[in-house]
Design a protein around this ligand. Structure first.
Ligand code: SF4
Length: 55
């Protein structure tokens, strides 16, 4: 799923949890796993799930 970083920050990260075991939001470019979809850097995706197939 390719989305804008501002949108990703409202999606849950499958890896991050708070100290009381609640899910945390995607950290976007603050995370080493964030990947830009192309050089325009308008949209990106979580590299943990591999490269998006479409969209
Ligand atoms: S880019 Fe990083 S913070 Fe965002 S969902 Fe993926 S692993 Fe979590």
């Amino acid at each position: 799923m390719k989305i804008e970083e501002s949108e990703a920050k409202f999606k849950f990260c499958p890896l991050l949890k708070t100290s009381d075991d609640k899910m945390k939001m995607c950290q976007g470019t603050m995370c080493m796993m964030w990947r830009w979809a192309d050089e325009s850097k308008e949209k990106g995706y979580c590299g943990m799930a591999g490269t998006p197939v479409a969209g």
